[in-house]
Design a protein around this ligand. Structure first.
Ligand code: ADP
Length: 475
């Protein structure tokens, strides 16, 4: 017995469908073959009866009804291996070829059919011999008057034997087909259930946290897809776990540095004995490091808000050029430390509908990255260009660049090419989501060792109306 499950369902479905179809075909086939055999017997007798009738009509052999005439008739019209009876029109046997019980009355359904002028036909069991027979009866008229009924009775034993053999054969074929179907459906069910069991076992292991296990085996079609999706999922979990681990270690580092500095200065200042100038420097460092810490925590909070769709934009008109100028001022000192020159190129003055603070956050992060990953004495350009219906802001640097391998991962949360550079790996992920919240797009074009362009496209309600006829850049 197959235990409950897909295997049993498949086998049962196939079995029921094929069994029903076979049963139907066999019944129709056997009925057709039975009717064919019986019809052949009937046609054979029918031909004989018709001949007898024609013969009689032509020669009008029997003008008078007496036993001699009946005997002649019996002799003339008899048919081999068939009993011929001549009956009166009430169905009483007058004479028959077997000399058996001539006086009996025949009451089978072929007699009333014959009396009504049709060819009578009856199939049933002959009580005297207890065998299956077919009787064919025909009324004979003399001078328009109903006179006799010719009744031929033939045994159906041979035909029934043949039918029995055909039935046995077709049942045998049916059973073999059913057996084949069972074997085939079991094979098919196994080919689905075995991989499924394997995949279930592997996913149970994964559910316990063992993400190194993989579904092995070259499965086809949907099962193959399921197996590779599960394997891919495990790889992604391992990867994101790795990214999270990296994040935790880099964020711990990021937090420890300012905290150590704050703690150090706090302890130093509390021991007393410093002049006001030294105390001022200490306090400034504590304040700067605290600000850094707040920045870090805010970045993490922002990301969490964006993840849960809780970030609400305070939308208004933003003059983009002014916003970018402000960013240049904010980042000036940081750039100065690396002797980096910040340049803003813009002939237009577009007005964007958006959240000024969030837009500022985007570009601050992009310029901060550009400074962080650029060599000393380099130039960072912020280029603002207007197109019909949208504005493009490129933040271009000639710094480290990003390899092709890492390019499509830098926007993943917590991803950093090297955790040693500081930061959280959340900047680009946050920028990307904020740009999307402004119905814009963010594209990163970079080549390792050559530099990077981060291109932000934002929609414009009104065109800039600049003198330059810019066309939309190629996708
Ligand atoms: P973070 O700067 O805090 O590490 P980001 O999400 O802003 O996080 O950036 C992710 C990573 O992408 C960075 O760690 C860096 O490896 C790479 N990256 C971002 N901007 C640049 C750039 N302008 N030049 C080179 N690499 C960059």
């Amino acid at each position: 017995m197959i235990k409950k499950g897909i295997r049993r369902q498949i086998v049962l479905h196939y079995f029921i469908v094929v069994f029903t179809a076979l049963l139907l075909v066999e019944v129709i086939f056997l009925l057709a073959i039975r009717s064919y055999y019986y019809d052949s017997v009937y046609s054979h007798i029918y031909g004989y009866v018709k001949n007898a009738e024609d013969y009689y009509q032509k020669f009008r052999l029997f003008e008078e009804e007496n036993i001699n005439i009946l005997s002649d008739m019996l002799a003339n019209f008899r048919m081999t291996s068939t009993e011929l009876q001549i009956l009166d029109i009430k169905g009483k046997v007058l004479i028959n070829t077997t000399e058996f019980n001539p006086d009996t009355n025949i009451t089978t359904s072929d007699i009333p059919q014959a009396i009504s002028g049709n060819m009578g036909r009856w199939v049933g069991r002959q009580p005297s011999t207890n065998e299956d027979v077919m009787a064919v009866s025909k009324l004979i008229q003399i001078n328009g008057e109903d006179k006799f009924i010719l009744r031929y009775t033939t045994s159906l034993t041979t035909v029934n034997d043949k039918l029995f053999n055909v039935t046995l054969l077709s049942l045998g074929i049916g059973m073999s087909v059913l057996g084949l179907v069972l074997a085939f459906s079991l094979g098919l069910a196994n080919s689905i259930v075995k991989p499924l069991n394997n995949i279930t076992a592997v996913s149970a292991q994964m559910a316990k946290g063992k993400y190194k296990v993989r579904v092995k085996g070259d499965y086809k079609y949907e099962l193959g897809e399921l197996a590779s999706t599960l394997n891919h999922m495990a790889e992604e979990i391992v990867r994101s776990n790795q990214v999270k681990d990296d994040f935790i270690s880099s964020i711990s580092h990021e937090l420890r540095t300012p905290l150590t500095s704050i703690k150090g200065w706090g302890e130093t200042l509390s021991s007393g004995g410093f002049d006001p100038e030294e105390t001022k420097v200490g306090m400034q460092i504590i304040s700067k490091e605290t600000e850094r810490l707040i920045g870090l925590v805010e970045e993490i909070l922002d990301f969490s808000k964006l993840q849960h769709n809780e970030m609400k934009l305070v939308v208004g008109e933003v003059i983009l050029k002014e916003l970018l100028q402000e960013i240049m001022l904010n980042m000036w000192t940081k750039a100065e430390k690396k002797y980096i020159k910040l340049v803003l190129e813009s002939d237009d003055n577009p007005v964007v509908i958006g959240d000024g603070n969030r837009l500022k956050q985007i570009f601050l992060n992009l310029v901060d990255n550009a400074i962080k990953f650029s060599e000393e004495n380099s130039v960072i350009k912020i280029v603002l260009t207007c197109y019909p219906g949208q504005v493009e802001v490129d933040v271009q640097d000639n710094g480290l660049g990003i390899s092709e391998e890492h390019l499509n991962r830098v926007r993943d949360r917590f991803f950093q090419v090297s955790p040693l550079n500081g930061g959280t790996g959340l900047g680009l992920a946050i920028s990307q989501q904020l740009v999307e919240q402004h119905q814009g797009t963010m594209e990163i074009l970079s080549e390792l060792g050559e530099g990077t362009i981060v291109r932000v496209m934002l929609p414009l309600v009104e065109d800039c109306g600049s003198t330059d006829e810019n066309t939309v850049p190629d996708e």
